[in-house]
Ligand binder design. Structure first.
Ligand code: CP
Ligand code: NVA
Length: 335
């Protein structure tokens, strides 16, 4: 079976800090272009190239999603439309995959007819298998170990909130202190993969019975240049001095049957006013959450409060996914 040498976007593990910063810079420009905001010279250059060079016109992106999605799906379909292409949503009940056809065969067939695949899977090994046999770029729209497009949106949000005038993404993010309070899940693993190597330190609190796999600790500490990480079971210690407090659902898609036990196991992990008083984050801290949110992990006061940037973060999914599509399908193609 032929395997193809194509650049994919499966995890930020495969992208250098410089490449990650460039994607966030591009997303920031695309947002300004799409929203008719004032443009600096580099934004104008990108806008000009969108009008003058080939874009996604005549190209198709297949969305192979085995799980539900609001943000990732809409961000992708609207981005493909903005760039002049078209997208097709292939849910589990639409295609033969998994019932009548293997992932290997599906990958060869689907990639022979489209220009990129955005896939939401259960196990990360599924997206690796899809990418191995795909002749076009595969973008990870969520797996059990990674959510790379979400982490890019979170970095764009941090950049927007913390940048000083004319500051680069790299300089704006360097030295920020992020804290995670919650599950040992795909979001935390991708933060550990990307944040320390991009200069953002990370303190993470997960319950005793939800330890972080060694692989992600190793990724986070793989270079002496990385910002430090701190692992604890204490939410208050994790948020101490934080510039950004991040959480996610305690019950990820596919874990619905564990709900009762998880609600017990995560007692004391809700982000709320009493945790904030106990933990003493930076006075100008912000709160982030990838959504969808349940009230268990964060109180309404915090989620809808003036420190929360969750809806800005959600909107930024669009421009960061657009930047990934543009980089993989427009920038890196010889027309
Ligand atoms: N944050 C996120 O991936 O949301 P969706 O599941 O709605 O795509
Ligand atoms: N951890 C969550 C993220 C959803 C965007 C899940 O995997 O369901």
């Amino acid at each position: 079976v032929p395997q193809n040498k194509v650049r994919h976007f499966l995890s930020l593990e495969d992208y250098s800090p410089a490449e990650i910063f460039a994607l966030v810079e591009k997303a920031s420009s695309l947002k300004k272009i799409c929203k008719n905001l004032p443009l600096a010279q580099k934004d104008l250059d990108l806008k000009h190239s969108l009008h003058t060079s080939p874009n996604l016109s005549g190209k198709t992106v297949a969305l192979m999603f085995t799980k539900r999605s609001t943000r990732t799906r809409i961000a992708t379909e609207s981005s493909v439309a903005f760039l002049g292409g078209s997208s097709m949503f292939l849910g589990s009940s639409d295609i033969q995959l998994g019932v009548n056809e293997s992932l290997l065969d599906s990958s060869i067939v689907i990639s022979s007819m489209v220009d990129a695949i955005m896939a939401r899977v259960n196990g990360h090994e599924d997206i690796e298998e899809l990418a191995k046999y795909s002749s076009v770029p595969v973008i990870n729209a969520l797996s059990d170990s990674s959510h790379p497009t979400q982490i890019l949106a979170d970095m764009l949000t941090l950049y927007e909130v913390f940048q000083k005038p004319a500051q680069s993404v790299q300089d704006a993010l360097k030295g920020l202190k992020a804290s995670w309070v919650g599950d040992s899940n795909n979001m935390l693993y991708e933060f550990l993969t990307a944040f320390p190597k991009c200069g953002i330190s990370l303190a993470a609190a997960t319950p005793q019975n939800y330890p972080i796999p060694q692989k992600y600790i190793q990724l986070a500490t793989s270079s002496p240049q990385n910002a430090p990480i701190y692992i604890t079971t204490s939410p208050a210690i994790a948020i101490s001095g934080a510039n950004v407090i991040i959480t996610d659902t305690w019950i990820s898609m596919g874990q619905e049957e564990e709900k009762k036990q998880r609600l017990l196991d995560f007692a004391g992990y809700q982000i709320n006013d009493s945790l904030i008083s106990a933990g003493n984050p930076h006075p100008d801290y912000i709160f982030m959450h990838c959504l969808p949110r349940k009230p268990d992990e964060v109180s309404d006061q915090i989620f809808y409060g003036d420190k929360s940037v969750v809806f800005q973060e959600a909107e930024n999914r669009k421009y960061t996914i657009m930047a990934v599509l543009h980089s993989l399908l427009v920038d890196s193609t010889d027309h």
